[in-house]
Write a protein that binds this ligand. Structure first.
Ligand code: NDP
Length: 444
């Protein structure tokens, strides 16, 4: 089968799943050469097997709101591949959630988890539930109903969900509370837990920190650093918040944050008390980013994304397909030469092409944001050992893991002395380990 025959077959088999096809195409483009050169992979039909999830769960999630009205949402868990370890991947609560999005995220997760060097398979799940505007009581009842089905499919050696968009510390608490109640045991079947009940220090920070560590390692290949650089960040959730904190620590100036309604631009830099304000706004008051502009008298751009702001470094940390081809051209034209994806697949294929053509330092999400799941892996290790490591210890592991991820990308993605294709490198490095494991495990 040729590559284009394979992709046509994929499109027929997965109708109305554009995000999933997009994610598969990106991996296939990178790994097809390796696949064709490897008769053992072909004999095991790895390519056709790896794009089909091991198991897909779809379930009804009924709940009652504070007004006493009965509501219902769709719950999902995509258990994609467990060749190298238990299924592992976050849960997303957002109205846009559907099978295409969760299959794309679950597929990406296979290679991301492989890159971390830890034994974790790939999965993703969630619901088309919108936490925005809901009370804590409503969130709790939704989470309890969601877990009332999910609990029978997960476990520390089977499938270990975590957070993602719309699922933070509060939601993990309610989900884990219900899991524990139904199972009658304190078993670490979720990560992102509170530190008082089995969570790991640095887990909340890990994805954002990891993204910045990846960019730091890329910059180092050009004897460069964050010092004095202007940094544009999208999103204002978990990943964006801690990416910003680490950038500030390394001497960069963060000038934007956004949410789905628009972005704020503060040329003086968002740090210190201003960063604290965002943490409180988003995590406690659950407000909108435009309130920052009012508080600090800076500009707010309704309905826009921050890519028009001149910068040297861009960290997309909101959602998929948030950088179009035109946005990418604008970034490059304005002098941006480092993009590290904190979000999953935030750059469209057209944007990725622009970055590759301009030969800028571009790290795809499956490498750049792998620090989150890596630290979830460290949380699992601590749970199995019955121990809690210090911040320094966990951060030390995270820092080393990000460098290992960077180095794998360089190993498989070096095009010449001056250029590394990190997309190709991440895809091939992640794929090789899983493909070899699938061959070893036989036709299962
Ligand atoms: P949060 O829910 O904490 O924050 C998400 C942010 O993105 C919010 O500011 C949100 O704005 C914005 N956003 C969400 N959807 C859209 C949209 N359609 N258009 C514009 N902005 C949007 O999520 P996280 O920070 O955890 O996740 C952000 C990204 O990072 C996601 O792609 C996720 O998959 C990825 N990721 C997260 C990891 C983690 O550990 N949390 C690990 C690896 C990847 P609003 O409030 O208006 O919705």
């Amino acid at each position: 089968m040729t590559k284009s025959e394979f992709m046509n077959h994929m499109a027929v088999q997965n109708p109305s799943q554009p995000e999933f096809i997009q994610a598969v195409r990106e991996v296939v483009d990178s790994v097809w050469e390796v696949y064709e050169a490897n008769p053992v992979f072909q004999a095991a039909n790895i390519m056709e097997r790896i794009v089909i999830p091991e198991r897909l769960l779809v379930f009804r999630v009924p709940w009652v709101n504070d007004a006493g009205e009965v509501k219902v949402n769709r719950g999902y868990r995509v258990e994609f591949n467990n060749a190298i370890g238990p299924f592992k991947g976050g849960l997303r609560f957002h109205p846009s959630v559907n099978l295409s999005i969760l299959k794309f995220l679950g597929f990406e997760q296979i290679f991301k988890n492989s890159l971390t060097t830890l034994p974790m398979g790939g999965a993703k799940g969630g619901a088309d539930f919108d936490p925005k505007g809901k009370t804590d009581n409503e969130i709790m009842h939704f989470c309890q109903s969601f877990m009332s089905e999910l609990f029978r499919h997960i476990g520390p050696r089977t499938d270990v969900p975590a957070g993602d968009i719309g699922v933070g510390g509060r939601e993990i608490g309610y989900l884990y509370g219900q899991f524990k109640r139904l199972k009658n045991e304190h078993t670490a079947a979720l990560t992102g837990k509170g530190v008082q009940w089995g969570g790991s220090l640095i887990r909340p920070e890990a994805t954002g920190y990891g993204t910045v560590y990846m960019a730091e390692d890329m910059l180092a290949t050009r004897n460069d650093s964050f010092e004095g650089k202007t940094v544009v960040i999208s999103g204002s959730g978990n990943v964006a918040q801690y990416a910003a904190q680490k950038v500030i620590e390394l001497g960069g100036t963060v000038v934007t944050f956004s949410d789905s309604a628009g972005y704020i631009y503060d040329p003086d830099g968002i740090k210190g008390e201003k960063w604290d304000y965002i943490m409180d706004l988003k995590n406690n008051r659950r407000g909108r980013i435009k309130e920052y502009a009012k508080e600090y008298g800076c500009k707010y751009y309704e309905g826009k994304r921050p890519w028009e702001v001149p910068c040297e470094i861009a960290l997309p940390c909101a959602t998929q397909n948030e950088i179009t081809g035109d946005d990418a051209k604008m970034l490059v034209k304005n002098g941006c030469y480092v993009v590290a994806e904190g979000a999953n697949m935030p750059s469209t294929p057209e944007a990725v092409e622009v970055f590759k053509k301009a030969k800028i330092l571009f790290a795809p999400g499956k490498a750049a944001n792998a620090g989150g799941v890596a630290t979830s892996g460290l949380e699992m290790t601590q749970n199995f050992m019955g121990m809690s490591w210090s911040r320094e210890e966990v951060n030390g592991h995270l820092r080393k893991i990000m460098t290992k991820i960077h180095d794998q990308c360089v190993e498989y993605g070096r095009i010449n002395d001056n250029y590394v294709d990190y997309v190709k490198g991440a895809n091939i490095a992640g794929f090789m380990k899983v493909a070899i494991a699938m061959v070893d495990l036989g036709v299962v």
